[in-house]
Design a protein around this ligand. Structure first.
Ligand SMILES: Cc1cc2nc3c(=O)[nH]c(=O)nc-3n(C[C@H](O)[C@H](O)[C@H](O)COP(=O)(O)OP(=O)(O)OC[C@H]3O[C@@H](n4cnc5c(N)ncnc54)[C@H](O)[C@@H]3O)c2cc1C
Length: 305
């Protein structure tokens, strides 16, 4: 059976990892690289995680998977001073986790899906991919965009499911510094502040040069989402001068994540569009976050087998 998966993030790759053992699986992603919101970027000679920063593990299925990556030194634990439970992160950046899953999977990057016909996907580059079953794992507003562009009608029930899934935006700044910060345990959570989170990627151990990642609060991100990114980045860095002196900043980049965390989700781990061989998965389904995306893909794959 030919299974096409859109999205090489945690959900798409988690499904592909199981399905590729039994079926002809192809994963398409519009990005230059693999990983979606598990994103790690270069800045000068430094490196910074600029999407997901860490994750927790609650389920046995995810624990088994993470234990194996921990043994291979791809994942390590992170004990934040402000939190009691253990978090996990990718030792060479969060991106290495999806990249490791993708090792034995046919993933095609730079391939943006723009139209969906009966059983064929068409990409921006004009390529066509046929399928028996299709799994869509992009954030739900992007799924809706694809369905609308394709004039594909969905049922009122499908419509209600899609409408109920919502995401918070997040503005992220990564900055290269000329000296490391000194915050305890490499990460700080701030309350009632434009910035919700600061991480030192040097202390975290993923960068040889000091870099920081700032995530704006939900409120600040919502209010400034359409603004001038460079100005917003400057404002964000100024607001944390007490932790990161302006004189230590060599350069910075700003990224607008329209969809960061799924704040309102469909309770089951995946959804099948009525009367179609089209399945939706991702962090909009089940428990959300990195673990939720992994479990969503895994549960769907098991159901399809
Ligand atoms: C700023 C930020 C901070 C976060 N912090 C945390 C955290 O600390 N802990 C945590 O657990 N989670 C965190 N998350 C959430 C976590 O990253 C996500 O829940 C998880 O990575 C989602 O995985 P996914 O596979 O469902 O979606 P994605 O990773 O978004 O994957 C979807 C993929 O679909 C691709 N795509 C979209 N449209 C198309 C198209 N038309 N054609 C082809 N490909 C397409 C995208 O390029 C993307 O790679 C954070 C997210 C962000 C952005």
């Amino acid at each position: 059976m030919k299974i096409l998966i859109v999205g090489a993030g945690m959900a798409g790759l988690s499904a592909a990892r199981i399905l590729a053992k039994y079926h002809e699986v192809t994963v398409l992603d519009k990005g230059r690289g693999i990983g979606g919101r598990m994103a790690t970027r270069r800045i000068g000679e430094g490196v910074a995680d600029h999407g997901a920063q860490y994750f927790s593990v609650q389920s046995n299925d995810f624990q088994v998977f993470i234990d194996e990556l921990q043994e291979r030194k791809i994942v390590s634990t992170w004990q934040l001073a402000q939190r009691s439970n253990i978090r996990y992160f990718g030792t060479e950046g969060m991106k290495m986790i999806p990249k490791t899953i993708a090792d034995n999977i046919n993933v095609i990057t730079n391939e943006k899906v723009v139209e969906l016909l009966q059983n064929t996907l068409i990409t921006e580059r004009g390529n066509e991919y046929s399928f028996d079953k299709l799994i869509l794992t992009q954030p739900i507003p992007q799924v809706r965009e694809l369905l609308e562009q394709s004039s594909m009608l969905i049922s009122p029930i499908d419509d209600a499911v899609l409408n109920a899934i919502k995401y918070q935006p997040c503005i992220a700044v990564i900055a290269l510094l000329n000296k490391a910060t000194s915050f305890e345990s490499g990460g700080i959570m701030l309350d009632n502040h434009p910035i919700a989170w600061i991480a030192d990627n040097f202390q975290k151990g993923i960068s040889h040069k000091p870099t920081v990642t700032l995530h704006a609060s939900h409120e600040f991100s919502k209010q400034n989402l359409e603004g001038d990114l460079n100005q917003i980045g400057k404002k964000m860095l100024e607001s944390v001068q007490v932790f990161i002196p302006q004189s230590s900043i060599e350069t910075f980049q700003v990224h607008r994540w329209r969809y960061s965390l799924a704040s309102s989700r469909y309770s089951a781990s995946f959804y099948q569009l009525e009367g179609k061989q089209i399945f939706l998965a991702g962090d909009g389904f089940g428990i959300g976050n990195v673990e939720g995306a992994f479990l969503s893909g895994l549960t769907l794959a098991k159901a399809l087998l």
